[in-house]
Design a protein around this ligand. Structure first.
Ligand code: COA
Length: 137
């Protein structure tokens, strides 16, 4: 998971080994991974960290190994996350995304998310995020 973090996010946006361990040990957060069997060995190729809140499931982090992107794993994660949220009786799923990453924001839009608000300087000075939500029926 740490390798995927390092390959996916700038250093100041990465979860540390300590925070990943805390997520894995947490009774509040849930961590989901995608594994690929390569030569008889399973390797983690994607991970999502979820924070359940009252009526809302927050995607804290989602990332796929760069070598495995574009193969549908992100879509599979989003389907699973939607299923988890529905099973918990949540009314919505929320996330924060890099406001300057048009491809990512478009992907979330395709996944049914809509823009809620801009979070100025969310990652660092000048690095804004957008909060997006998907309503569940
Ligand atoms: C966003 C991400 C999880 C999607 O996972 P994935 O397994 O590539 O997703 P899928 O194969 O199901 O769908 C591919 C779509 O993801 C979108 N996408 C967004 N960012 C992308 C990226 N950096 N690389 C590839 N696809 C990306 C594209 O729209 C792509 O559709 P296209 O092939 O028609 O262009 C993955 O690209 C990733 O880990 N990005 C870096 C980490 C990140 O930004 N996470 C979100 C934090 S809020």
């Amino acid at each position: 998971m740490l390798q995927i973090e390092r390959a996916s996010f700038a250093p100041h946006r990465q979860s540390t080994a300590k925070s990943l361990r805390l997520s894995l040990a947490s009774s509040f957060q849930s961590v989901w991974v995608a594994e690929k069997n390569e030569g008889g060995t399973n390797r983690i190729v994607g991970a999502a960290v979820l924070y359940p809140h009252k009526n809302r499931l927050r995607i804290y982090s989602i990332a796929v190994d760069p070598a495995c992107r574009g193969e549908g794993l992100g879509n599979a994660f989003m389907s699973k996350i939607r299923e988890i949220a529905e099973n918990r009786g949540c009314r919505e799923i929320s996330l924060e995304a890099d406001a300057s990453d048009t491809r990512l924001v478009n992907w979330y839009t395709q996944q049914g998310f809509t823009f809620l608000k801009t979070l100025p300087d969310y990652y660092a000075p000048g690095e804004h995020a957008v909060r997006m939500t998907a309503r569940l029926v």
